[in-house]
Ligand binder design. Structure first.
Ligand SMILES: Cc1cc2nc3c(=O)[nH]c(=O)nc-3n(C[C@H](O)[C@H](O)[C@H](O)COP(=O)(O)OP(=O)(O)OC[C@H]3O[C@@H](n4cnc5c(N)ncnc54)[C@H](O)[C@@H]3O)c2cc1C
Length: 437
C-alpha cells in the first residue's frame, strides 16, 4: 500500500473527507468562514494536515481557545481552521527544576491547577484562563497587569517547537533555564500571531506560588487623585505585583464599587505575615485623597478581583464593543489620558483601564453607538495621545481601512524578509499580523 511518504501529501478534501469537529461558522474570523476545520490530536496528524494545506496552497488560521480571535487585521485568505486544543498533553513537568514542557493546546487554568499541587504557578494573566491556551498566549504575546511583578510570558519561555508552513518541525532552546546562544528564535514566535509558524509545544519556567495575596482598592473623585496615588505606589519599594487605575465604569465592573469614582487596585503577593504588612503600607500611600479604601482579606477574593479587572479589559471576538489598547507612559498618564478622555467624551467611552505596570491603557466603546466616522476619529485621537495604538476589536468592514496594529515598527523589513523565507506562499494567518504580514 502506498503511503503519503511515497505519493506526497493527500489533498485536503481527501484528508478531511470525514465531517470535521464543528460547524465551520464557529471558526469564522472577521466574517470569513473556512472551507475546512480540523482538530488534530497528535503532532503527526498536525504535520500531515499542514503538508496537505501547503500542497493545496490553503491559507491556515490556527485556533487556541478562541478568546482573542478578534485581534488582528482582516485575513487575506482563509481556507483551513486548525483547532489546536486537541494537542493538550503535559509532556514533562519537573517540580524540582521548576520547568515544564506542554503542548500548545493546554489551557492556562488546567496548568495552574496542576502546578498548584507543588505550590508553583505560571504567573501570567488571561481574562479567560479556562479557555486560553499556551499556544494562543505565546502567539498573542500580550501582558496583563501582573507583568509588573513577574515580567512577560516571553521571559518564562526556555524552549519551543514550531511547525513551519511547509510542515517541517523546528525546535529552539531546550529544557534548561540557561540555554540560548546566538539568535533567540523563540522570541520570533512570541507575539507573531501565528504568522511565522504554528506553536506545537513550549518549554516554560514556573515560579513558586505566592503563599498569599491581598488586593487594596481605593476610590477617588478624579483621575488626578487616582494617578497620584498610583505613582506613589509605583515609586515606593513595596514590590506590588499589579497596579491599575480605572474610570468609573471600569471601577464598577472590576471592583464592584458603584458611583462616579475613579478606582485604584493594587495587588500584593507575599508570605502571609508579610502580605498583611505590605497591604497596610499600601493603604498608607494611597489613602490621603481617597473616598474609600478597602482590602480584600482573603487570597481567593483577591484573585477573583483580578479576574474581574482582567475581564473589564478583555476584548473577546464576540463582544459588540470596540476596544483599543494604547501605550501610555506612566509619567504622562494623567495628562494624556485626561486629554484623550476630553476628546472622546462624545463617543460614549464606557470603560478605561490604565495599567501602570505595563504602561498601557485599554479603552472600550459601546459598538452600537459608534459610526465608522466616529471610529476613525477615535483611532486618530488615540494616536495623538498614545505611544502606540492597537485596535483590539472592531467590525471587519472598519478594520479593512486600517492596520489594526498601527504604524509598522522599526526594522519591519527584516520581519518581512523572515516571513518571505519561512512562509513564502503566505499560508499562515496571511495578512493578520503587524504590517499585514
Ligand atoms: C486582561 C488581559 C490580560 C492578559 N494578560 C496576558 C499575559 O499576562 N500574558 C500573555 O501572554 N497574554 C496575556 N493576555 C493575552 C490573552 O489572554 C491570551 O493571549 C489569549 O487568552 C489567547 O489564548 P487563546 O488560546 O484564546 O488564543 P486564540 O484566541 O485562539 O488565538 C489567538 C491568536 O493566536 C493564534 N494562535 C493560537 N494558537 C496558536 C498556535 N498554537 N500557534 C500559532 N498561533 C496560534 C491565532 O491564530 C490567533 O491569531 C491578556 C489578555 C487580557 C485581556
Amino acid at each position: 500500500m502506498s503511503s503519503e511518504a511515497d505519493t506526497g501529501p493527500l489533498p485536503l478534501a481527501q484528508r478531511l473527507s470525514e465531517p470535521a469537529i464543528a460547524d465551520a461558522v464557529s471558526y469564522a474570523v472577521d466574517q470569513m468562514t473556512p472551507e475546512y476545520v480540523a482538530r488534530p490530536e497528535t503532532v503527526d496528524d498536525l504535520t500531515g494536515l499542514i503538508k496537505s494545506a501547503a500542497a493545496d496552497g490553503a491559507a491556515i488560521i490556527p485556533w487556541g481557545g478562541g478568546t482573542q480571535m478578534g485581534l488582528g487585521n482582516v485575513p487575506e485568505r482563509y481556507r483551513l481552521g486548525v483547532d489546536l486544543t486537541g494537542l493538550n498533553e503535559v509532556l514533562r513537568y519537573d517540580p524540582d527544576d521548576m520547568t515544564m514542557s506542554v503542548q500548545a493546546g493546554c489551557r492556562l487554568q488546567d496548568l495552574n491547577l496542576m502546578l498548584r499541587e507543588n505550590r508553583q504557578i505560571l504567573p501570567v494573566d488571561a481574562a479567560y484562563p479556562e479557555q486560553a491556551t499556551i499556544g494562543g498566549l505565546v502567539a498573542v504575546g500580550a501582558s496583563g497587569p501582573r507583568r509588573l511583578g513577574y515580567g512577560p510570558l516571553r521571559d518564562l519561555i526556555i524552549g519551543m517547537t514550531v511547525l513551519m508552513a511547509d510542515g517541517t518541525v523546528a525546535t529552539a532552546g531546550g529544557q534548561v533555564v540557561k540555554n540560548v546562544t546566538g539568535y533567540d528564535m523563540m522570541r520570533l514566535h512570541h507575539g507573531a500571531l501565528g504568522s511565522l509558524g504554528i506553536v506545537v509545544s513550549v518549554n516554560l519556567k514556573v515560579i513558586p506560588r505566592p503563599q498569599s495575596e491581598r488586593t487594596v482598592v481605593a476610590t477617588y473623585q478624579t483621575l488626578k487623585d487616582a494617578d497620584r496615588a498610583a505613582l506613589d505606589v509605583a515609586a515606593s519599594q513595596l514590590g506590588v505585583t499589579a497596579l491599575v487605575v480605572t474610570n468609573p465604569e471600569a471601577t464598577a465592573e472590576g471592583t464592584g464599587v458603584r458611583g462616579r469614582f475613579w478606582g485604584l487596585a493594587v495587588r500584593c503577593e507575599a508570605p502571609p505575615s508579610a502580605v498583611v504588612r505590605q497591604a497596610e503600607r499600601v493603604v498608607q500611600y494611597i489613602q490621603a485623597s481617597a473616598e474609600e479604601v478597602f482590602t480584600e482579606e482573603s487570597s481567593d477574593e483577591s484573585d477573583a478581583r483580578w479576574q474581574h479587572i482582567c475581564r473589564a479589559i478583555d476584548q473577546r471576538r464576540d463582544s459588540p464593543d470596540i476596544a483599543v489598547r494604547l501605550g501610555i507612559r506612566t509619567s504622562r498618564t494623567r495628562d494624556n489620558a485626561g486629554s484623550l478622555l476630553d476628546e472622546l467624551k462624545s463617543f460614549g467611552l464606557s470603560r478605561l483601564t490604565l495599567d501602570y505596570g505595563s504602561a498601557l491603557g485599554y479603552l472600550r466603546f459601546p459598538g452600537s453607538e459608534i459610526t465608522s466616522e466616529d471610529f476613525t476619529e477615535i483611532v486618530r485621537a488615540c494616536n495623538r495621545y498614545g505611544d502606540h495604538v492597537t485596535v483590539m476589536t472592531a467590525p471587519a468592514e472598519w478594520k479593512h481601512a486600517i492596520d489594526v496594529f498601527g504604524s509598522r515598527p522599526a526594522g519591519f523589513s527584516m520581519i518581512e524578509s523572515l516571513k518571505a523565507n519561512l512562509d513564502p506562499d503566505r499560508l499562515l494567518n496571511p495578512g493578520r499580523s503587524v504590517g499585514r504580514l
